[in-house]
Write a protein of this length. Structure first.
Length: 318
């Protein structure tokens, strides 16, 4: 028997075969997207379907029993596919739950660590006030190092707390993105003045998102641009947006030291530090990425050492 197979990328696939040769009946098969095969007798050969389908003629001998077996195979395959999809959905739910549990743990641990740390810091200050003058210089230096370590730990804990809350329970609305930039500029006003940084803002679009969360994005990017400036070069930052391949891309560019090409992929990780001589928690870009993803967008970095860095991201419409 001659069988015509019609291959399509999707939708209903129909095979309509009709032919009678030397009085022999030929089977007509109808295959749908639901995987059901129906057999019937027919007369003349005809192929029905869109022109872009590919027809392949294969010679085979089908019996009614083989058609039934084929139908059963389709049913079994559908059952296996359904089980596979169910397992994937369960794994995705488990992963989401694990992430939520880790975020709650990070928040609780960071919150609970603050009290003993405050106690250590206060005790160190009391010891310095009471007996600091009586200690040897090397012992006084130990107290100074302990106090600095407490301050450093407080900064890390505050960063963990902010990171654990980032991207959660966002209150979204439609607003002009310049509002978030203005808020970020006000938050960074002191550092901008101290360093003489010039901040230029181009035309920014109206977006749907959280004004407060996106303010955090720009605040972190402005702070990074200032921290990673080149010695002897006044920092300059440009924030703008442009259409690229049908989507609006927001950019924050600076004239800083740049990032080595082999380290561009790791800068989005929590606690990643590009330069050991720059103070910080290493959580800034990780928070930026989490917020952008929570807005249905994506982010990436373009950078050249000794020239500068441009952080770029998109935002979803919903």
């Amino acid at each position: 028997m001659a069988v015509v197979l019609l291959a399509a990328t999707g939708g209903l696939v129909r095979m309509h075969l009709q032919r009678r040769i030397a009085g022999l009946p030929w089977m007509a098969a109808l295959l749908g997207s639901n995987g059901i095969a129906v057999a019937a007798q027919a007369a003349d050969l005809a192929v029905v379907g869109p022109a872009e389908w590919t027809a392949v003629v294969v010679t085979a001998a089908f019996s009614a029993g083989m058609i039934v077996a084929l139908r059963q195979d389709f049913i079994r395959l559908r059952a296996v596919a359904g089980e596979h999809e169910a397992r994937l959905a369960a794994q995705a739910a488990e992963s989401a739950q694990a992430v939520a549990d880790m975020e709650r743990f990070a928040y609780a641990a960071s919150h609970d660590l603050q009290e003993p740390l405050r106690t250590i810091n206060a005790t160190t200050q009391i010891l310095t006030d009471r007996v600091g003058a009586q200690l040897r210089p090397e012992d006084q230096q130990l107290l100074v190092r302990l106090e600095r370590a407490c301050v450093r730990m407080q900064v890390l804990i505050q960063g963990l707390l902010e990171f654990s809350r980032t991207g959660r329970n966002l209150e979204k609305q439609r607003f002009n993105l310049e509002c978030s930039v203005i808020d970020a500029r006000n938050a960074c006003a002191a550092r901008l003045r101290e360093t003489g940084t010039t901040l230029t803002v181009g035309d920014l679009p109206e977006v749907y998102g959280s004004q407060a969360a996106l303010e955090s994005v720009f605040r972190n990017l402005i702070t990074n641009a200032i921290k990673y400036g080149r010695p002897g070069v006044v920092p300059a930052i440009l924030i703008d947006a442009e259409w690229e391949e049908g989507e609006r891309v927001i950019s924050v560019a600076d004239n800083g030291r740049g990032i080595p090409g082999d380290r561009l992929g790791e800068v989005w990780e929590a606690f990643a530090r590009v330069a050991a001589d720059v103070k910080g928690t290493g959580l800034g870009l990780a928070m930026v990425r989490r917020i952008v993803l929570a807005h249905g967008g994506r982010c990436w970095i373009e950078s050249r050492e000794g020239v500068g860095t441009r952080v770029r991201f998109t935002l979803g419409d919903r």
